[in-house]
Ligand binder design. Structure first.
Ligand code: PEP
Ligand code: MN
Length: 335
């Protein structure tokens, strides 16, 4: 971090600033120029509040050289993190690629079982299904809650597929004992108390990018989980909100490349919520596989027109099978 001081700074103000910076655990290098004094900070600057320094009357500018995320940063952890689920039944990162598939929401045991058997046959190794649904309208189907998790758990027993489902309230955590990956949805990406609590668990967390959050903010949210001791974080690009209206969101595939550069954490792409339309899921899934995603999360429903949530973006099991085959070909082509 570099702090440029104004010429008008008094000696005691400068000394006081340096003392305070050193007390924050960083080393301070002063370079006195003709027009400006530059203070260079070396060491872990993650805890330094840049806004506080910027607000001082004698400070001209503050520039961060290193990113404020540390545990998620590839600089401090050059090798890819591989997140293994259920002892390796599924794995993400470091060359491992897994397909997550299932309905937007759990509707009944028969529905989840039918879909689970079909997607497993096509190569999916994690079953998804929302039990607590974050809906824009309070009058829309909110999910089966505890019963939804019970159904997922039952279908896990029947099929052997690990399960992923979204948590919306930390008070529900005891219900997630049998859940293999806990999903943090886009709307909760910056629910910091929830992230901190998940940092104290030992389960893999799939963290979805917020609707209007940039890549740094996604990594800072991963940092919240990791700072608590849980380093099994899978990042998920699911599209961000832009001025475009032909798609539900705008899939930012460049995020996959950028996240892989900045972080060692695996990156999964969700082309279903990104586009909102079943017909765009295949091309985006292929593009995601081609640009190096470590997995895909795709919504599949046995009867999309009658789905209680997100029917228009849901693939039928047959369509999913076609996508899974094509994704395998792309993976072979780029390997
Ligand atoms: C979901 O995956 O069920 C979901 C609600 O997605 P998002 O949080 O990305 O909107
Ligand atoms: Mn959905």
């Amino acid at each position: 971090m570099i702090i440029a001081l104004k010429n008008s700074i008094r000696t005691e103000e400068q000394e006081h600033l340096i003392q305070w910076l050193e007390s924050q655990g960083v080393r301070v290098h002063i370079s006195v120029g003709e027009f400006q004094t530059i203070v260079g900070l070396v060491g872990d600057t993650t805890r330094i509040d840049t806004d506080l320094i910027r607000g001082l009357t004698f400070v001209d500018s503050v520039t961060r050289i290193s990113e404020p995320f540390k545990k998620a940063n590839r600089k401090f952890h050059p090798d890819d993190t591989v997140v293994k689920v259920n002892g390796g039944a599924a794995a993400f990162g470091g060359g491992a690629f897994s397909l997550i598939a299932g309905p937007c929401s759990v509707e009944s045991e028969a529905q989840v079982e039918t879909i689970a058997r079909a997607v497993k046959e096509s190569g999916a190794c994690v079953l998804r299904g929302g039990a607590f649904k974050p809906r824009t309208s309070p009058y829309d189907f909110q999910g089966l809650h505890e019963e939804g998790i019970r159904i997922l758990s039952e279908v896990k027993k029947l099929t052997g597929l690990p399960i992923i489902t979204e948590i919306m309230d930390i008070a529900h955590l005891p219900l997630f004992d049998d859940v293999d990956i806990i999903q943090v949805g886009a709307r909760n990406m910056q629910n910091f108390e929830l992230l901190k609590e998940l940092g104290r668990t030992n389960k893999p967390i799939l963290l979805k990018r917020g609707l209007a959050n940039n890549i740094k903010e996604l990594l800072m949210s991963a940092e919240y989980i990791m700072a608590g001791g849980n380093e099994q974080v899978i990042l998920c690009e699911r599209g961000v909100r832009t001025f475009e209206t032909y798609t539900r969101n705008t899939l930012d595939l460049s995020a996959v490349a950028v996240l892989h550069e900045l972080s060692h954490l695996p990156v999964v792409v969700d082309p279903s919520h990104a586009t909102g339309a079943a017909r765009y899921v295949k091309p985006m899934a292929l593009a995601a596989a081609a640009c190096g995603a470590d997995g895909l999360m795709i919504e599949v429903h046995n009867d999309p027109p009658h789905a209680l949530c997100d029917g228009p973006q849901s693939l039928t099991p047959e369509q999913f099978d076609d996508v899974a085959k094509a994704v395998r070909k792309v993976r072979e082509a780029i390997s």
